[in-house]
Write a protein that binds this ligand. Structure first.
Ligand SMILES: C[S@@+](CC[C@H](N)C(=O)[O-])C[C@H]1O[C@@H](n2cnc3c(N)ncnc32)[C@H](O)[C@@H]1O
Length: 212
């Protein structure tokens, strides 16, 4: 895997420019298209301390985030004033408060048994956080652990990679088709320039996928 110290260092030094306090507009706009039952499980890979997990929990879903950094998990619950308990489950340290669980550990250690009743995945800044060769591993691992019919809301960013080193890395529509096309139905829901991306020309795309 990419050196986990890269991310641990970001959290220890609080250099987390990727974090947003407001809910992502694509989540709010498109999530209801999935028509999930109340109480369904939602997996948020590489979740950081995103407040999007609060939004999902408020819609009555059971959220399971997966995150390398224990700092992110603790900050999430403390900053949102959610009392939490800690325990160990499999390869993960489990932080649980209300209907939100954050499994602290390596996403690539996640198994089907860790995510019972997960009906949907929310990927914002997860796929695009990973370098080229790891992205293929990430999508391959998702394919292994998700059941048929699982929905995925995927938000990507594409730009000229020679203009900047990632993360975030550029992920084109062609790559999305290659990585997911064999095992998912793919619907492109939106595409527009992001609000602000370091002065570089970029396009943010939103996809609704469904494992077939
Ligand atoms: C770019 S941040 C995005 C966080 C979150 N999705 C958001 O929108 O704010 C990527 C996160 O993935 C975590 N991460 C990176 N590799 C991971 C891995 N293999 N397993 C679990 N978490 C990982 C990092 O610690 C970091 O918090």
């Amino acid at each position: 895997m990419e050196d986990p110290n890269f991310w641990h260092n970001k959290w220890e030094t609080n250099i987390i420019g990727f974090h947003q306090d407001s809910y992502h507009n694509a989540l709010v706009k498109y999530w209801s298209d999935f028509n999930l039952n109340n109480g369904s499980g939602v997996l948020v890979p590489l979740c950081g301390k995103t407040s999007d997990m609060i939004w999902l929990a408020e819609q009555s879903y059971r959220v399971i985030g997966v995150e390398l950094s224990a700092i992110a998990a603790k900050d999430f619950f403390v900053e949102n004033n959610i009392p939490y308990e800690m325990s160990t489950t499999g390869q993960f340290q489990k932080y649980q408060g209300g209907n939100i669980t954050i499994l602290v550990g390596d996403f690539f250690d996640l198994t089907r048994a860790d995510i019972p009743n997960v009906k949907a995945v929310y990927d914002r800044a997860a796929l695009i956080a990973l370098p080229d060769e790891m992205r293929a591993r990430y999508t391959g691992h998702l394919e292994t652990i998700l059941s048929r019919g699982t929905h995925i809301l995927l938000i990507t960013l594409a730009y000229n990679q020679s203009q900047m080193d990632g993360p975030p890395f550029s992920v084109t529509g062609k790559e999305v088709n290659t990585a997911f096309g064999t095992w998912c139905e793919i619907k492109q829901l939106d595409t527009a320039p992001p609000e602000d991306f370091r002065g570089i020309e970029a396009v943010e795309s939103v996809y609704g996928l469904r494992a077939k």
